[in-house]
Design a binder for this molecule. Structure first.
Ligand code: GAP
Length: 435
């Protein structure tokens, strides 16, 4: 399957209200994006799909929601203050900065020939600010660069309160911040983004087997939610690519329009983080196994994904153009769980006679599904709009509905239509959507 065209998807996102450049009325704020009425629903669906698989459908993972602002001690212990940096070079001609690995032996992308680069310097990616009215020493706080540290610093709290024992995991979904030198490629690399991370604590001897398990099951998750297998691959990091905490990492990559790019990293963090925090906080961060009388610091296997990147991949994979009755149409073949709306309720006419019934059906289906309601334009154009935003089903309420208590269900992918009684509509959708 070939990579999709980025511009088509970016245009659709803007046109239909998925993603807007942030602060657009002021000319935009570079590489920041706002999620519109449809994008915010879809991003939420991506995160919920992750929580469903990683927490809800398991008995060995719990969810937390930790603070975004962190004390310097946390990031001193985690190694982020000293190690979380990119090597950066300056072009002496255009004065712009680049990540060294994006330049290598090439000319400066800005000033082209005749450029000269300075030696590389380490540039820390953490956003720093201050808490309270006084700046300076003692007031410094950092925006977290990964959600992971929230799980490590709460390891003992969760162990005490959740009755879990290794192997078990702590999951979190939330915002992270990195002062990226070269953000770009739409929502692929931004300075503010959302992560979906699991820290899975295991007996050290089981670490390799769990690493293998998580690589396979995370790859399968993307396939289950609709990305064709041939647009995905797993790539193991070379030694010189590894993060400071990792003894081995594999990336799940997606074939973006510009080439293969990371969606998720699965890392073997060993006992690095718990040991670092135990040492710096002088607290015991270990597990005592009463059945064997053994005390140990668990190893961690970490599947860490990005919600925004993943949403971009789902959109790119779902984008399609075909012909319906010889007319070209754009269709997002999104998994129903990811689509902003599962159903759109469309009264055939704006006439008062149809509205009460259509609204009643919308309210009924809205108890379980996110439903759009659209009474504008001709019905054909409304179907096209729903196809373009990925809505798997439309429910059309027409004048016959008042007589036969039935509505028409139209499928996005096949455009097939069928007549269904209103009183079995809920169970019909439960069957079709699988929930
Ligand atoms: N706790 C491990 C960790 O943070 P990472 O590979 O740096 O690992 C995990 O980040 C995921 O977070 C990435 O695979 C990517 O999907 C997402 N991510 C990282 N930096 C990002 C950025 N600047 N913009 C958007 N997503 C990002």
């Amino acid at each position: 399957m070939p990579a999709k065209d980025l511009d088509q998807v970016v245009n659709l996102c803007k046109r239909r209200g998925f993603v807007y450049p942030s602060g657009e009325i002021y000319g935009g704020f570079r590489s920041s994006y706002d999620y519109g009425p449809l994008g915010s629903l879809m991003l939420r669906n991506v995160k919920e799909a992750w929580v469903r698989t990683m927490v809800q459908q398991r008995d060995d993972v719990v969810l937390i929601d930790a603070a975004i602002l962190g004390a310097p001690q946390v990031f001193e212990a985690s190694g982020h203050l000293s190690n979380f940096s990119d090597p950066l070079v300056d072009c002496t001609v255009c004065k712009r900065r680049f990540r060294q690995d994006q330049i290598d032996d090439r000319d400066c992308p800005q000033s082209k020939k005749g450029c000269e680069f300075t030696d590389a310097r380490a540039f820390n990616l953490m956003f720093k600010t201050h808490a309270g009215p006084v700046e300076g020493e003692g007031a410094t706080v950092y925006l977290r660069p990964e959600t992971a540290q929230g799980m490590f610093v709460n390891f003992a709290n969760v162990l005490q309160t959740s009755r879990k024992k290794p192997p078990f995991g702590i999951a979190q979904v939330g915002k992270s911040f990195r002062n990226e030198i070269t953000p770009g490629n739409f929502i692929f690399r931004t300075r503010e983004f959302e992560q979906m991370e699991l820290e899975f604590f295991v007996p050290p001897s089981e670490s390799a087997q769990w690493y293998d398990y998580w690589c396979k099951s995370r790859l399968q998750w993307y396939i289950d939610y609709g990305i064709p297998a041939e647009m995905l691959r797993i790539r193991e990091h070379a030694k010189d690519e590894l993060s400071h905490y990792s003894a081995g990492t594999s990336d799940i990559e997606f074939l973006f329009p510009w080439g293969w790019g990371e969606l998720e990293g699965i890392a073997q963090r060993t006992d690095y983080d718990l040991k670092q925090h135990a040492e710096h906080s002088r607290q015991k961060l270990e597990y005592f196994d009463q059945s064997t009388n053994e005390r140990y610091v668990p190893y961690v296997v970490e599947p860490a994904a990005g919600a925004n990147r993943t949403m971009a991949a789902f959109l790119l994979a779902a984008y399609d153009e075909d012909l319906v009755n010889d007319e070209p149409r754009t269709v997002l073949r999104l998994h129903p769980r990811l689509a902003p709306f599962q159903i759109a309720v469309l009264p055939l006419s704006k006439k008062d006679t149809l509205m009460p019934l259509a609204k009643k059906i919308h309210a009924m289906l809205g108890m379980r599904y996110m439903c759009d309601f659209d009474e504008t334009q001709a019905i054909g154009r409304r179907y096209r709009r729903q196809d373009e935003i990925g809505t798997p089903y439309c429910v059309t309420v027409d004048f016959d509905s008042l007589e036969d208590d039935s509505v028409t269900i139209r499928e996005r992918d096949t455009t097939a239509q069928s007549r269904v009684k209103i009183d079995v509509l809920m169970s019909e959708f439960s069957q079709r959507l699988g929930y």
